[in-house]
Structure formats: C-alpha cells, structure tokens
Design a binder for this molecule. Structure first.
Ligand code: F6R
Length: 587
C-alpha cells in the first residue's frame, strides 16, 4: 500500500526523504510526492510515475528545508493523476498531509467541508479532508494537539497519516495502519515501514493503535487519542532491514529466488522457543483454523494437508477475506493460525479480530515480529528469511512451508525428521542451471493462457505457481487440482493451450498420467515438472529426486523461475507488477 514518511532534522530533509521513498516504493508505485517546509511556507512537488523518474523531472530532492513529508501511492480513491498524488494541502496551504489507508466517511466529511466551510477540493482522494479538518480545528483551538484530537474524532476507517504544519510541527497519527518513529541524534523520522529508515537510524518506537506523536524542535511526545501521554518501548531494528540492496542481481525478485538455498536452512530458527509454543497451542486445541491471503493462503491449504496427514489434527483453511462469512462455525477451544509475510494485511488483521471475538487462540507466522499481527497473537513465529522486497512472494513462501513441516514434525513427535540441507542442496542444483527454463520462457512468451495442475498437496503449489505467473507476467494462469480437469477445464484445451503438470514420482504420479493423456488428446502442450522423464511431455523441467514427502518444498522453484524469466521475456519489471503492492493494508 502507500508509504508515508515524515522527517525532522538539523539538515535538509529532501534528499533523505527521496532516498527512503525509493526504498519503500514496493508498497505502491503509481505516483510520488514530497512537501518541504522552508522559511516562509510549504513547497510541494508531486507527479505520476516511479520515484526516480518523478525526481528527474521535478527535482524533489533539491528542495531545501529541515522538515518534510513524502509519499508513494497505490491508488484507492481517485485515478492515478498528479492532482491525486500526495501530499495534499489544506485550502490555506498551511498544512500538508500524506496518508495510508482509507477514510470511510470521506464523502460526508467532504460535503460538510464544502457546504459549511467553503472548502474547495482539488483532488478526488479521501485524503484531502484530513488537512482541511486539521486546519479548521487548529483555527479554533490554536493548539496542534487539540486539532489532532478533534480531527481523529471525525475520521472513520483504518488509516495512518503524517501532517506537516507551516509552523514547523510534524505529526504522525496511527489508527490500524502501521506507523513507526525512528530516532537518531540528528533525525526524527516517521515511516510506515522499517525499510524506509535511513542507515543512521536503528532505534524505533512502534506507535500503537490510536496514538499520535508530535515532533517539534527535535523533541517528540506520544499521546493516545484522548490526549493522555502514552508509554512506549524503544526497539532496535535488525541490521539486515537497513540498507537493503539488490547486490549483483538485476531485480529483488531474482535475488530473493536465489537466496532460498540459504533461507530454507534458517526458517523459523530465530529461537526454538517460538516453535515449541506454537506446537503446544496447536496440540492442545480441538480444532485448528489456518488463514492467510494470496500466497499465505496457499500455505494455509498446505497446512491442512501436512497437519492432517502427519499429526492427525483437524484443520480447516479459510481465506482471510472470507473469515467473516465463516466465523459462525468457529467452535470452542479452537486455534486460529494466521499466516502473513508482512503481518500487516488488512484482511488477515480483520480475520484475527473475528477469531478473537470467537475466543480462538491467535497464533501467527510472520516475517516481521514487530508487525500488527505479531502484537495481536499470543504466540508467533518469525520466518527469519530477511526482508522481502519483490512484490511477488518467493522466499517467504518456502520459509513458511519449511516452518509448517517443522511444526508437523513436532506434532508427530519427530516422525518426519527432515534434513533441510537436502532441500537446500536441491535448490542450489535447480538454481545453478536455469538455461532450460529460460529457453522455455522464450518459446512460450506469447501465450495468453496457462494451466498449472497438481494433486493432493501439490494442488496448493499449482495455485501458487499460477498466482506467480499471473502477478508478474500478466498471462492468465489457473491452478487446478488434476482430477478436476475433466470436470470443466478440458473445454478450454486445444493446440494453443499449455499445461504445467506438477508430477513428482509419488502417490500422485499414476493419476497424473491420466491427466497428461487427457491433455494430449486435445492437442494441448504439456510442461512436466518432474524428477522422471515422460515421452508425453513437450517440455521436461527436471527436479532432483528427493524424499517423497519433500517434493512440495522443491517443485515451487521451477514455477518461480518460469514466472521470473517469462516476465523478463515479456518486458515486465518483475519487482513492480502493475496494480499490485507488497503489503495490502486496505480491505
Ligand atoms: C503473492 C503475494 C500476495 C500476498 C498477499 C498476502 O505473491 O505477494 O498474494 O501473499 O497479499 O500478503 P501477506 O502474506 O503479507 O499477508
């Protein structure tokens, strides 16, 4: 979603803001802007496009001033236009605001501001009501703190915003969307994501819900929405979250795919305690609901296969966005295991609050132990795979899956006994020779439809492979359970159709042979991902032979590579697929 920033420093802030915006661009990248307070007023520069392009054009980083705000946008209200880009100013140009989230009652607020206060709106965003409300309340009370409290009383929805006042104050407000205050001897930085922190800041305060911070003359004070001084804890950010670069790789997506031989070895290994706690809670509950969105939902489906097979646990997977429609079925003494890379997705946070109301114990698996989801859980386990910047989830998926295997293993008292070195070696082997996949990508780059099939536990892998292909290549791709082909999808098969068959040599192999025959009889092309050759394959993507129950962990790698190389062949930047954002903090 959008990234928001605010910086107060002893130096010019624009260069740092632009640098941080560039780092946070993966949260939203349709437009960008900054507002900087100089001696007499606030200067705004904003435009459509990515940070570097807009900066080359508008020279945002050359503005001078020691306090400023910045924003990269992922449009929710209003088209992608320069007018709708943030920051938004109030009518008197004395307050600028950058905002992440949604103001649900903005239509009523806007009508009231137009009718009763003569405000003229310049954009079609929900955001623009905020600086105008602040300005009207400030005019009444002449007190920034009071103006914030009066403004948040009026706003409905989940949001975080940073406001810059012409009088020099910088204010950050948090209501269900993340906001972090970074502190160093020279700088105070407000950011929606630790990735936005400059290298010199490693001490942070995570604002809690319904809190705001006022930064004035290099001092900060934190209050709750009732104006009471709030308690806070200063935390230190791990080094690998600062100064994240692509290294020698062309894209973050590529880097993150190729990091997997390492990340798979340390999944969930920050400490053994978290894993043990999660296992205890799952063991003690009568029923386990596993939830997530997108890629993390596919992990929830895999959990069902793994936990029921190896731990004989009753498990149900529920899409986070569907939880409110299934909540009445949450039975007593249940556990809700919430899976999320970011720990900030709005749907997952909502599903957790529904689970809490039904007295389910909330457990989570996340990449950021400081995320809202971690704070909502009684126990959580970290992926330990380092920051994931590419919009398409790759290394987080394999780390999540590895942790599921570890949980299943503990639930069945060590029946799995996995040596993850074997998995890591298999990754290294597949990643060290990608030429066949690159050739395949070249030859199928013009296709419009692709199917990915798998059976049993390979079905959610097929769904995940199809999601990767859709996201970063824009080819329509569908993940289907192999047995379902004959119940409809075969109607779509002809000589122009390509079907990827996930076909390791396990208990799904024989049934897949029937699917392959059905596909071939319709003249469609088969791309087999398997450790065994088959004359029916038009393309064979070989995977190493490995212990049967570990194939799900390795067969995803060729699917990630097919998506990545297809994106390159089709001239798409895999790090910034259109219409998407890494962390979806709106419903
Ligand atoms: C897919 C992808 C998304 C996320 C989904 C949930 O590549 O990145 O589908 O998986 O938005 O995000 P988290 O896991 O952060 O809750």
């Amino acid at each position: 979603m959008c990234s928001i920033l605010g910086l107060s420093s002893y130096h010019d802030v624009a260069p740092t803001l632009v640098k941080s915006l560039k780092k946070m661009e993966y949260r939203g990248y349709d437009s960008v802007g900054v507002a900087i307070k100089n001696e007499s007023d606030i200067s705004v520069r904003k435009g459509i496009g990515k940070v570097n392009a807009v900066n080359d054009n508008l020279h945002m980083s050359e503005l001078s001033g020691h306090t400023g705000i910045g924003h990269t946008r992922w449009a929710t209200h209003g088209k992608v236009t320069a007018e709708n880009a943030h920051p938004h100013m109030c009518n008197t140009d004395s307050i600028g605001v950058v905002h992440n989230g949604i103001i649900e009652n903005y239509v009523e607020l806007r009508q009231d501001l137009e009718k009763n206060h003569g405000i003229i709106f310049k954009s079609s965003t929900d955001t623009e009501v905020i600086p105008n409300l602040l300005q009207i309340h400030l005019e009444k009370s002449h007190d920034v703190k009071r103006a914030i409290m009066d403004t948040v009383q009026k706003l409905k929805g989940h949001y975080a915003f940073v406001a810059l006042f012409k009088t020099g104050e910088l204010v950050g407000v948090r209501n269900h969307e993340p906001l972090i205050l970074g502190i160093s001897s020279n700088d105070l930085l407000l950011t929606s994501d630790v990735v936005g922190l400059p290298e010199n800041i490693s001490s942070v305060i995570y604002l809690e819900n319904n809190q705001f911070v006022i930064i004035d003359k290099h001092k900060h004070e934190i209050f709750d929405f009732d104006g009471e001084v709030a308690q806070f804890v200063v935390k230190t950010i791990p080094k690998n979250y600062q100064n994240i670069t692509k290294g020698s790789y062309a894209y973050f997506t590529e880097k993150e795919i190729f990091e997997q031989p390492k990340t798979i070895l340390v999944a969930g290994e920050e400490n053994d305690y978290d894993l043990k706690k999660i296992v205890e809670f799952i063991r003690d509950s009568d029923y386990v609901y596993v939830t997530g969105s997108g890629t993390s939902y596919h992990i929830a489906v895999i959990a069902k296969y793994l936990f029921s097979r190896f731990a004989e646990k009753k498990v149900e997977h529920v899409m986070a966005s569907e939880m409110k429609y299934s909540s009445r079925y949450i039975i007593p003494n249940s556990t809700l295991f919430a899976i999320s890379q970011s720990g900030e997705s709005a749907d997952i946070l909502e599903s957790v609050s529904i689970g809490k109301k039904k007295n389910a114990k909330i457990l989570s698996m996340i990449n950021s132990k400081n995320s809202a989801l971690a704070r909502d859980s009684i126990s959580s386990i970290g992926l330990n795979c380092g920051p994931e910047i590419g919009v398409a989830a790759t290394k987080s998926f394999t780390s999540q899956m590895a942790i599921l295997y570890k949980i299943a293993d503990k639930l069945c008292d060590g029946c799995l006994a996995i040596d993850f070195k074997i998995v890591s070696d298999a990754y290294t082997k597949m990643l060290s020779n990608t030429s066949k996949i690159q050739e395949l990508a070249k030859s199928i780059k013009h296709i419009e439809n692709l199917f990915v099939i798998g059976r049993g536990i390979h079905y959610p892998i097929a769904k995940e492979g199809a999601l990767k292909i859709k996201e970063i290549t824009y080819i329509h791709a569908e993940g289907i359970a192999g047995g379902e082909l004959k119940h409809g999808p075969l109607a779509l098969m002809d000589s122009s159709t390509y079907v990827i068959v996930i076909n390791p040599d396990d208990d799904s192999y024989v049934d897949n042979a029937s699917s392959v025959n059905e596909i071939k009889s319709r003249d469609a092309k088969v791309i087999g991902i398997s450790n065994k050759p088959d004359p029916n394959y038009d393309y064979w993507i070989q995977i190493p032979t490995i212990r049967e129950d570990l194939y799900p962990l390795i067969e995803i790698i060729p699917l990630q590579l097919i998506s990545y190389y297809l994106a390159l062949e089709r001239g798409i930047d895999p790090d910034y697929p259109k219409n998407l954002a890494k962390s979806v903090t709106v419903k």
